[in-house]
Design a protein around this ligand. Structure first.
Ligand code: HEM
Length: 315
């Protein structure tokens, strides 16, 4: 999988093999105590804890230009007192585009730019789509929905299913989303024409310089029979949603030692009270993130494309 990312996105020493272009963020998570009914995780005890995170774009090129079709991502590490850390890696898409890791690998190779045109070979993409009917369905869902105008207004989704276990040992499958407090404005068509190749990052850095940004952590509880092993299948809209707390991001920082740079936002770094579901994509993700981390940690670091001015800090 990682060789595939390198083949398509190139080898960029020191950078993540996917979601290579990014910026570090930090702030806090304030739990309101509502999550305690479903999970005994320390992060759900009422109170505040520090958070380290990262905004990024999907793709292996750390210099890729920002564009309206980019996949916006948020990696987070919640650090409650006592060390029961909870890491997550979420994206803005409402569903994942393929149902398993093999499909993701094949999609990656099919979308490799043809050196002659600089664009993916349409015949390879068509062959991939024909072999993956779920890709055709999920791309339609994504096209029918609004694209977010930026990192600050996007909602970020776990997509894969996890399992919450409470103090009595009762478990329930869950998915979660960070839902932006700023009303989600759809992207304006002129955004993609910006001469600024990092307009999405520059926007969120400028907003953080003016003040903090917030998201609500909304947990969705499954009903018996809901699909737990396939992130391309959305759950019915009437499932119970619980607001368990507020994420406040108040600072953006250039990737550097000691901040998000050397963190791997592995979705299986989970605290007691949150477990993987039966979705095999989770262990595939974990293994792939580890291999990316292993390679990039052993390389000389080159400066990130996203440089945050020291004044670019919220309060
Ligand atoms: C089989 C499917 C997937 C594979 C193979 C994969 C692979 C990767 C890899 C290699 C990285 C870089 C890790 C590092 O060096 O730190 C990464 C980062 C990331 N992935 Fe995935 N991914 C998959 C699915 C997903 C899904 C379903 C989501 C979201 C729901 C997601 C969200 C993210 C995010 C947010 C990051 C950036 C984390 C950071 O800023 O360090 N990925 N992914």
């Amino acid at each position: 999988m990682i060789d595939g990312f390198e083949q398509v996105g190139g080898v960029h020493p020191g950078f993540r093999r996917n979601h290579a272009k990014g910026v570090c963020i930090s702030g806090s998570f304030e739990s309101n105590g509502q999550g305690v009914s479903w999970s005994r995780a320390a992060a759900f005890a009422p109170g505040q804890m520090p958070v380290v995170g990262r905004f990024s774009l999907g793709g292996g090129n750390p210099q890729m230009p920002d564009e309206p079709t980019a996949v916006l991502a948020m990696g987070l590490s919640l650090r409650p007192p006592g060390g029961e850390e909870w890491r997550m890696a979420m994206i803005h898409l409402p569903v994942f585009v393929v149902k398993d890791v093999q499909g993701f690998y094949e999609q990656l190779l099919a979308s490799k730019p043809d050196p002659a045109t600089g664009k993916p070979d349409p015949s390879k993409l068509a062959a991939f789509a024909a072999a993956h009917p779920e890709f055709v369905r999920t791309m339609q869902v994504i096209k029918d929905g609004p694209s977010p105008s930026g990192f600050a207004t996007a909602n970020y989704n776990s997509l894969n299913t996890f399992r919450f276990v409470n103090a009595a040992g009762a478990g329930v499958p869950v998915r979660w989303s960070m839902v932006a407090s700023v009303a989600s404005a759809p992207a304006a068509p002129e955004q993609g024409k910006s001469p600024d190749k990092s307009y999405l990052f520059d926007d969120v850095i400028a907003r953080l310089a003016r003040g903090p940004l917030q998201w609500h952590l909304i947990v969705t509880l499954a009903q018996p029979g809901d699909v737990t092993n396939d992130p391309t299948v959305p759950w019915p809209a009437d499932r119970e949603h619980v607001d368990v707390g507020t994420l406040t991001i108040n600072r953006a920082e250039t990737e550097a030692p000691g901040n998000c740079r050397d963190v791997v936002f592995d979705p299986l770094v989970l605290p007691w009270g949150i477990e993987p579901s039966d979705d095999p994509m989770l262990s595939a993700r974990s293994a792939t993130y580890s291999e990316s981390f292993r390679r990039r940690e052993g390389e000389r670091k080159t400066p990130s494309a996203i440089q945050v001015p020291v004044a670019g800090r919220g309060s």
